[in-house]
Design a protein around this ligand. Structure first.
Ligand code: TUI
Length: 308
């Protein structure tokens, strides 16, 4: 399927892997890029040396285009933003903030920039700042989320900007991709489906939770901290949600409990104190497959539906 996104990024399929903090390292990113999509390495709050190494390892594993996600709440976002320029990264996505202050330098370096936006207002601002595309991310997504849904947000962003729009949040198969295209998107960003891939390096317990999750095994925590996050509904997530709802955990205590919780989920598979960030579509993800199979299946499924 050729769209302005495949043209912009030089990839075969308009499928971008989500820049999942702690999850999206070079093995996953290179597998998605080799499959014809765009793999992303997540900067997260990683030390600069870690990200540099991941970028270099990714280059060894693929000669296809790949990108880096800059999480703008990271204390070292400035350093990671510059590192991408120094390492010749071709594609940058951003999350959890407004990347306006980096835009001129990234564009000067010839980087394709695609900020994640949770609102029409930010999409318009990003277009004005020179973004090449925007990723309209609905609240169905895993991790840090906005309030609007993919179904409502995507067509409104499509109407508001001229640049191509990538839909994100709640997309895990050809139907979701076709639906996104019917809303006017020209690409999709997919995270949760890739958690259950052969190449994804997360702890086996995390993959198991994704595969076994039903439609209702999903919960948003942390609205009162200003950083709402969608997770798999583990005992720990329920404890946080109850503390938030009943006022038995102050926002400060909540933040304290979640420091390092991503790492504890992804690296240790610790269900007692880890946060298993995951999208609302996990109930539909039931099988571990290779990234090549996932990308092809989603694209072929969408193409078939869109041709009817
Ligand atoms: O960034 C994400 N998802 C994430 S980041 C993350 S790591 C983290 N850990 C603890 C607290 C917060 C984050 C886990 N998942 N998705 C993209 C995304 N961006 N979702 C929402 C936004 C967003 C929100 C506000 C983007 C821009 C924005 O702008 C506010 C402004 O400055 O105008």
């Amino acid at each position: 399927m050729k769209t302005r996104i495949t043209e912009l990024l030089g990839c075969e399929y308009p499928i971008i892997q989500g820049g999942m903090a702690w999850v999206a390292e070079h093995t996953l990113a290179s597998a998605v890029s080799n499959a014809g999509g765009i793999g992303l390495i997540a900067g997260g709050s990683a030390p600069i040396d870690y990200l540099r190494e991941q970028i270099r390892l990714c280059k060894e594993k693929t000669d296809k285009p790949f990108g880096v996600n800059i999480m703008l709440m990271s204390p070292n976002a400035d350093d990671l933003a510059q590192l991408c320029i120094d390492e010749g990264v071709k594609v940058i996505t951003t999350g959890a903030g407004n990347p306006g202050k980096y835009m001129a330098a990234w564009k000067e370096a010839g980087i394709k920039v695609m900020p994640v936006v949770p609102s029409v207002a930010l999409a318009k601002r990003m277009e004005k700042s020179g973004a090449d595309a925007v990723i309209a991310e609905g609240t169905e997504s895993g991790g840090h989320i906005g309030e609007n849904t993919t179904m409502c947000l995507v067509p409104q962003v499509v109407d508001a900007v001229e640049i191509p729009v990538i839909a994100a949040g709640g997309i895990a198969d050809g139907r979701g991709m076709a639906a996104s295209f019917m809303l006017g998107a020209e690409g999709v960003q997919i995270g949760t489906r890739f958690l259950a891939s052969e190449e994804c390096q997360i702890h086996p317990t995390f993959k198991d939770l994704v595969i076994k999750a039903k439609d209702t095994d999903n919960i948003v925590t942390g609205r009162y901290t200003g950083h709402p996050c969608r997770n798999i509904k583990t005992k720990f997530a329920k404890k946080l949600a109850t503390g938030e709802k009943e006022g038995t955990l102050s926002p400060e205590e909540f933040e304290q409990l979640t420091v390092g919780a991503l790492r504890r989920a992804v690296v240790d598979g610790d269900v007692d104190s880890g946060s298993f960030l995951c999208g609302a579509i996990s109930g539909m993800v039931n099988e571990i497959k290779t990234c090549a199979d996932i990308v092809k299946e989603i694209n072929d499924g969408a193409e078939k539906l869109l041709k009817i």
